[in-house]
Design a protein around this ligand. Structure first.
Ligand code: DQQ
Length: 535
């Protein structure tokens, strides 16, 4: 299959064919993980949008069911757009989703399982009270979508948010309900920003300030802060703040929503319309995101498919409380096969890349730790505030510095005609050192008409006292990288022509003038996940 389809993934979620976009309504219910997603059952481009439905026992292997929702009613005939699940008392899950009518008005709708004793929840019934909400007053009917998971306040009422744009401002509209079925709008939104346009797919949840465990949305108690995420400008921006469920006030503690490369994001590459859920089986919060294609519509038609889901990530609050940390869920380790190790290797300045032997490097999980010493010769920069994305573009993998660029070349061809470089640079600012992380796709393919953007961000760590680590999930056409043990993520899509399947190699490199130590490298061949239709 990979012979004919070199860009199909081995361990990322994708249906057997056709178009997918946003993850929808992920949940853990009755011992089963459910993943729904925006899906076109009839082709590789956006259209006929249904809720594809797959279930899993381990977040790794999947059974594909028939779509849970299809565009059939007047209120969703132009698409069953994104939404969420909420587990009401009972426990009884419901889906809240946006339908689009034939005039492209966006309406909110509700569906529930036909048979609660079916462990797979195969069939879903659209409520005959639909639509439950229409765009009235100051709401523009084409900018009113993506209901969140609902949470319960101390007054016993449910709350949920819907993405919108009010007076040109990105907004999370707030709604109340006593039963989950009938909803009324609050006179004030949960949050908005005059610095951004329309918010899509808002997500709102508590995180613990005392550990890595996840917390269910309706938890009321101490030692939590809240995360609000909004999708705009093609990215997933989040703000950490304090939420008072008595007044439904959310006050940003980190930088409030804006359009900036310095704003906190889940991912600094290709990753959009994400959704998280609380996994009560393992007391963690799990995040899914849509990773779209960087090739053309014609390529999608040729491949017969378009779109991936990210590998599911655990999310928690960092020790600094200033940002989130993300890490692939531990079940990924079930897929690990043959392992390769390297240890304590001095990477001399500006030497040729070192090949990691013995790996099937088109489908691998790799973790490397670097350390640097004596940073007095680090490249100076005259400010402690600068745009990381721009810096990665200006100083790409082939532009030599002092400490860095050093990192890995993935999906690399034998003579390095093609490679994707994931690397670091250390700078010395007026008050601190800065660790820049870049994912440079500019040499990823000899093909011309594919996206080769360069992405970048900072890692909030002290390079003098901490190792600089990188974990990358390499899977044929996706490279999902986690810097600083999850302090920053960069996901890239690449379409090599030469470095495919057994021709893909992995290298470690140091293109700076200063030596860097490769403290350790662990890499694993990855087995393929099972994704099987049982429609
Ligand atoms: N995708 C959905 C919308 C959402 C957008 C439509 C985000 O509901 O706002 O497929 O990618």
């Amino acid at each position: 299959q990979h012979h004919l389809q070199p860009y199909r993934t081995g361990f990322h979620f994708q249906p057997l064919k056709n178009w997918i976009n946003d993850p929808n309504g992920p949940m853990y219910f009755n011992g089963v993980y459910h993943l729904f997603y925006q899906y076109n059952p009839y082709g590789p481009l956006w259209g006929n949008i249904s809720w594809g439905h797959s279930i899993s026992h381990d977040l790794v292997n999947w059974f594909i069911l028939e779509p849970a929702l299809s565009p059939k009613e007047t209120y969703d005939i132009e698409g069953c757009l994104s939404g969420s699940t909420t587990i009401l008392d009972g426990p009884k899950p419901i889906i809240l989703y946006t339908g689009q009518d034939s005039d492209k008005n966006q309406l909110q709708n509700l569906a529930f399982p036909k048979n609660l004793s079916d462990p797979l929840l195969k069939d879903w019934i659209k409520w005959d009270g639909n639509p439950i909400l229409t765009a009235v007053n100051d709401i523009n009917s084409s900018q009113f979508r993506d209901p969140s998971t609902a949470w319960m306040g101390p007054d016993g009422k449910w709350r949920m948010v819907i993405g919108s744009e009010i007076n040109g401002h990105g907004t999370a509209l707030l709604y109340y309900s006593s039963n989950g079925f009938n909803w009324t709008r609050s006179d004030k939104p949960l949050h908005f920003s005059s610095e951004t346009g329309m918010w899509e797919c808002p997500d709102f949840y508590p995180v613990s300030s005392v550990g890595k465990n996840g917390i269910d949305v309706s938890f009321q108690g101490n030692n939590t802060v809240h995360v609000l995420k909004a999708s705009y400008n093609g990215h997933e921006y989040y703000v950490i703040g304090s939420y008072d469920p008595q007044t439904d006030q959310f006050l940003a503690v980190t930088q409030d929503f804006r359009v900036s490369n310095m704003q906190l994001r889940y991912d600094y590459g290709r990753f959009y319309a994400s959704k998280s859920f609380y996994d009560s089986a393992k007391q963690r919060r799990v995040l899914w995101g849509w990773v779209d294609e960087g090739d053309s519509e014609l390529d999608a038609i040729k491949k017969g498919w378009s779109g991936l889901q990210s590998f599911p990530r655990s999310v928690w609050l960092s020790d600094t409380h200033k940002q989130l940390v993300q890490w692939p869920v531990e079940e990924i380790e079930k897929l690990r096969a043959k392992q390769v190790n390297m240890k304590n290797i001095e990477l001399k300045g500006e030497t040729s890349p070192l090949k990691v032997p013995g790996l099937r490097a088109s489908q691998a999980d790799i973790e490397v730790f670097f350390s640097v010493t004596n940073l007095s010769d680090a490249e100076q920069i005259d400010s402690d505030v600068f745009d990381p994305q721009l810096l990665c573009e200006q100083k790409n993998a082939s532009s030599s510095g002092s400490f860095g660029p050093f990192g890995i070349l993935v999906l690399a061809s034998k003579n390095l005609t093609e490679y994707t470089a994931v690397f670091f640079r250390v700078f010395k600012g007026p008050n601190k050192f800065h660790v820049l992380m870049c994912s440079d796709q500019s040499r990823s393919s000899v093909a011309e008409k594919v996206d080769k953007s360069i992405y970048g961000t900072f890692l909030d760590l002290d390079p003098l006292h901490e190792k600089i680590s990188l974990r990358s999930l390499i899977d044929h056409s996706i490279v999902e990288s986690f810097g600083g043990e999850g302090l920053a993520c960069i996901t890239a899509r690449v379409y090599p022509k030469i470095a495919i399947n057994k021709h893909a190699k992995l290298y470690v490199f140091n293109n700076g003038t200063k030596n860097v130590t490769l403290s350790s490298l662990n890499a694993w061949n990855m087995n393929k996940t099972r994704i099987v239709p049982i429609g």
